[in-house]
Ligand binder design. Structure first.
Ligand code: CA
Length: 432
């Protein structure tokens, strides 16, 4: 028996609040879970700063990754023996599912923006580089690491395999919607996954849904829509995200000015220079980031110290609806007024915009990622979901954007009343 086919003597299970149990039978999967690179995902939260809004949302990328694996395990078990399904692809699907988020760093969203990083790039490096993960994958076959990276990058030749891991109805989305709903405690995000899994069918180049499962899929699309606006783009979580970005921005600026840190940003140095070795990346997790933030609360620099205290003690910025395009003059005036009263607008006056497209039909030449969902009619014909479902049609292709302006209401309130700018700032921000 090769390493590829090696089964565990006894099946291992992980208790999981979303899927009840995660079942592991393959030696390869068990060994991958045990690597230091995969265990690191326990120290990265799935939802970044969302725990400051929904206190239950402390779940990790580790639990999400196991969840995506479990969904793929069930799908590939269902596919076994069906036409168009090549059982040789099973282990590749399971592995890609398990490792798809491997390259996520701490608070990825802010880190990627400030340091111009790409977590997908790190996923690839950890799969192909000198890592424990790579050593295990290479034991399956010399080409196996490359194949896994291709599936995650969506360049693998078998598009059916790619569509299971990334499409508009993939295992990734099905896990995070349910898991994030469970841990935040919201009532959106629930849909009948068991039903969807039962009606999924493999075609040579994609997965399709039997038409009888249309209503379960509608429910899934609507729950995604709700979760984006109620949880993922929650204005309070975005406020914490703004603080986090501004802390990183400040540390980088101070470092470039050779500011004498009491607590040198040792773990961040390679991020400032842009030459990040896998080792540096693996060593930076959220526990380390939080350690620095607490230490930097004691720095002489008033901006760094204040922002770190705000993040650690959850003294977030206030926000107001604000369209930066329509209100460009107001933004300019506010910037000027903030400068006048000594509140640095680069750090304390921030516009944040979030947008989402809940579902999209196929648009040739545009974002290839948005593979549409197809229903398979009883006669075998394929119909794109928004053509069959009026509910999905009504939100299909419609991008919604939300703009907010963030500012420290407490600092404005503390300005002396005789300051002429105070009244004007409050009027512009709609503060009473
Ligand atoms: Ca994911």
């Amino acid at each position: 028996m090769t390493y590829r086919d090696q089964q565990l003597r006894e099946e291992k299970v992980f208790k999981d609040p979303v899927h009840s149990y995660v079942h592991v039978r393959d030696q390869v999967i068990w060994d991958l879970i045990g690597t230091r690179e995969f265990q690191r995902l326990r120290r990265i939260k799935q939802l970044g700063t969302t725990f400051l809004t929904f206190h239950g949302a402390e779940h990790s990328r580790f639990s999400h990754s196991l969840g995506v694996y479990e969904i793929i395990r069930r799908i590939t078990d269902n596919f076994s023996g069906r036409p168009n399904w090549n059982p040789e692809e099973r282990l590749l699907c399971l592995t890609a599912a398990l490792l798809h988020d491997l390259g996520h760093g701490p608070y990825s969203h802010s880190f990627e923006k400030i340091f111009d990083l790409d977590h997908e790039d790190f996923t690839k490096k950890m799969i192909l580089g000198q890592t424990e993960i790579n050593a295990i994958l290479a034991k399956v076959s010399p080409y196996f690491p490359k194949k896994v990276a291709e599936v995650i990058n969506k360049t693998y030749h078998n598009k059916l395999v790619v569509s299971l891991i990334s499409s508009q109805i993939d295992a990734d989305r099905m896990d995070y919607l349910q898991r994030d709903a469970y841990y935040t405690g919201v009532s959106y995000g629930h849909f009948d996954m068991e039903r969807i899994l039962r009606v999924m069918r493999p075609l040579p180049d994609k997965v399709v849904i039997k038409s009888s499962g249309m209503h379960a899929v509608e429910d899934y699309i609507m729950s995604r829509y709700q979760m984006y606006w109620q949880v993922y783009f929650h204005p309070v979580s975005r406020s914490a995200e703004v603080l986090l970005s501004k802390i990183l921005h400040r540390v980088k600026a101070l470092y470039q000015k050779q500011y004498p840190f009491k607590q040198e940003p040792i773990h961040f140095l390679s991020f400032f220079t842009g030459e990040i070795a896998i080792e540096d990346y693996i060593n930076l997790d959220e526990t380390i980031v939080m350690y620095y933030f607490q230490m930097w609360m004691n720095e002489e620099d008033p901006i760094l110290s204040d922002l770190c205290q705000r993040f650690t003690n959850r003294r977030l910025f206030q926000y107001t609806d604000f369209n930066p395009i329509r209100k460009i003059t107001e933004l300019k005036e506010l910037t000027y007024l903030f400068e006048n009263v000594g509140i640095d607008p680069d750090y304390y006056l921030v516009v944040d915009s979030s947008s989402d497209l809940p579902y999209d039909f196929y648009r040739p030449g545009e974002e290839e990622e948005r593979l549409p969902i197809y229903l398979q009619m009883t006669d075998g014909e394929l119909v794109e979901l928004s053509r069959a479902s009026e509910i999905v049609e009504s939100i299909s292709g419609k991008k919604r954007t939300d703009h907010k302006l963030y500012y420290p209401a407490d600092l404005i309130e503390q300005l002396p009343d005789h300051k002429i700018e105070k009244g004007r700032i409050k009027a512009l921000l709609g503060l009473k």
